[in-house]
Design a protein around this ligand. Structure first.
Ligand SMILES: Cc1cc2nc3c(=O)[nH]c(=O)nc-3n(C[C@H](O)[C@H](O)[C@H](O)COP(=O)(O)OP(=O)(O)OC[C@H]3O[C@@H](n4cnc5c(N)ncnc54)[C@H](O)[C@@H]3O)c2cc1C
Length: 340
């Protein structure tokens, strides 16, 4: 099999979950990580902008991309070490994330069930340190294998070297440096389950389960997610469009004077995290529509493409939301997806 395929002036419309029109000057589908050095040499990648694209579930194109887009289609999951209680499991970057989570549950490992049904690839999971229902992928990442574009060599970064933070990592801050080729996870067979997140226990009750297994917890979270988030195969979207803003405690106290009901979570001893969804809903955007761009009626954080919107229209709506929230609450919202 060829190790990569290269298309010039490629359409990207079906390559992102927003399904907005866009083209890339070059698009490479890579089937083996070892093809990266010859691909980068053949396309003179050092002289043009470079973009890694997984399943496109966290990217909004507002214009064409005048460079090389690389999509890793590499596959393979293997157990590198297993002492019966914990194991190191390695997955190629191109594996589907949700498929990988289900693989771990089927093999008796627990922990990743809170992250079930998140769209995208394994290789993209460390980029923004994906998180949901009280868990983040950084809790399970042992190391990330990558191609270092600057050093022109394959490398392996420990968990600490990845500098994970809330929806952030070294890779997100240095997008032109690393191509993630595989992720190594440290997974346990017995691990306390994370059930505290709002709605989880209630959903388990509805399912008649009072002593859940990790698989039961995964099923409960699946139900909760399907009820709240629009299915990107039906309505274009990239999940949450904004991060939950982290603000200093003094700012929260000022906000509470005018809005005593503003919800928040402790972040650290100096800052707290607000609900971006609450702020957006309070400004009246939930369920609104401008042409084919809109805000989902089930979740104020999710911007949607009802079919004919282009990326610039979605972005214009996002800007309007940001400006309104900033004027009303003095809080700045930061987009979660990569906006091109
Ligand atoms: C319905 C829906 C629900 C979602 N729910 C959640 C959620 O609960 N929690 C959450 O955290 N996210 C969520 N997301 C966002 C998204 O699923 C994740 O960010 C996911 O990890 C993106 O994977 P992807 O393969 O689609 O990456 P892409 O969107 O293709 O890329 C995302 C970023 O990663 C970079 N990238 C991709 N692959 C590589 C690689 N191999 N090496 C280096 N960089 C790379 C890209 O350049 C880009 O910056 C949701 C999205 C949707 C559509």
């Amino acid at each position: 099999m060829e190790r990569f395929t290269l298309i010039r002036n490629a359409r990207l419309d079906q390559r992102t979950t927003f399904r907005v029109p866009a083209r890339a000057a070059w698009l490479a589908d890579v089937w083996k990580s070892s093809a990266l050095p010859p691909l980068l040499a053949e396309t003179a990648a050092g002289e043009r902008p470079l973009l890694l694209l997984g399943d496109g579930s966290n990217i909004l194109f507002t214009r064409d991309f005048e460079g090389l887009v690389i999509h890793l289609a590499t596959r393979g999951i293997e157990i590198l070490a297993d002492d019966g209680q914990q194991a190191t499991v390695r997955s190629a970057a191109g594996e589907n994330w949700d498929g990988f989570v289900r693989w771990t549950l089927a093999h008796g490992f627990s922990g990743l069930e809170n992250l079930i049904l998140i769209p995208g690839t394994v290789g993209a999971a460390p980029i923004q340190n994906i998180g949901a229902y009280g868990a983040e992928v950084r809790e399970f990442v042992q190391a990330v294998e990558a191609f270092d574009i600057i050093e022109q060599r394959f490398t392996r970064l420990s968990n600490a070297a990845c500098e994970f933070a809330y929806r952030d990592s070294l890779f997100k801050r240095r997008p032109q440096r690393y191509i993630v080729t595989a992720v190594e996870f440290l997974l346990h067979r017995q691990r306390p389950m994370q059930l505290a997140y709002s709605g989880v226990r209630r959903q388990l009750d509805v399912m008649g389960i009072n002593r859940p297994t990790p698989t039961d917890l995964g099923r409960a979270i699946e139900c909760l997610r399907r009820g709240k988030l629009p299915d990107p195969t039906v309505i274009g979207n990239a999940g949450s469009f904004f991060k939950n803003p982290v603000i200093p405690i003094e700012h929260l106290k000022l906000l509470q004077r005018a809005h005593p009901d503003v919800p928040y979570h402790a972040h650290d001893h100096r800052a707290c995290k607000l609900s971006a969804a609450w702020l957006i809903e309070a400004c009246g955007f939930k369920g609104m529509r401008e042409g084919d761009a809109g805000v989902a009626d089930t979740h104020a954080l999710v911007l949607v493409n009802y079919g004919g919107a282009d990326g610039a229209q979605v972005w214009a709506l996002a800007e309007r939301i940001r400006n309104t929230v900033a004027d009303r609450f003095g809080v700045s919202l930061e987009p979660e997806p990569l906006v091109i």
